[in-house]
Design a protein around this ligand. Sequence first.
Ligand SMILES: N[C@@H](CCC(=O)N[C@@H](CS)C(=O)NCC(=O)O)C(=O)O
Length: 212
Amino acid sequence: MQLFWTPASPFTRKVCVAARELGLWEKIEVRPTTWTLDWGYTTPPFTPGLAEANPVARIPTLVTDEGVALGDSTIICLHLNEVAAPRTLIPADKLARQQMWAAYAVADGALEAQIAMRAEMLRPVAVRSERFLEKQRVRIWRCFDALERDVAHLEGPLDLAQITTGIALGYQDWREWLEDFRPGRPRLAAWYAQLAELPSMKATEPKETPTA
Ligand SMILES: N[C@@H](CCC(=O)N[C@@H](CS)C(=O)NCC(=O)O)C(=O)O
């Protein structure tokens, strides 16, 4: 398998943590990508192979052993989960699985809002929309409040919701223009302090993407 990757992308980090936890990391060839800092509002020069494999030209993109390009972190995680069977990051119990996907979608929605903000923050100040940024901030806060309320759903064997929540909280910590999620969310803060210690989380801490 080949993974188009950068160390800054939280969606890519989700795949990297899932692959490590499923025991598949050694089977993945990493294809580093570069992104000029105008990627949020222009078509940047793509790393060779990325747009050819996946016309959406986003990361993560995983090319399977069968040569099929999967261009979305959720679909990639489902594929890895299938390859790793019987190891799994998806609960077998029906209710636990529904609660896992519910929490997953909330955490993933926060990630989408964070990345939308990142793209907006890269625009020249004169054309940056404060109203757009505020909409995303409020969405992220709603998602984190829901995760605080339902933190019990993030307990138990490691799953895709826990990984995605940990990565959204890690991204919130990493970008200096995102506020600390901890005030008013003591249970989520304590939960994250433990999750962040996983070797798979430590090994994938975000770093800036090379621009060339
Ligand atoms: N829903 C997608 C989102 C992927 C995504 O937004 N990736 C960002 C980096 S974190 C990207 O490649 N952005 C480049 C662009 O939009 O041109 C997923 O889950 O993989």
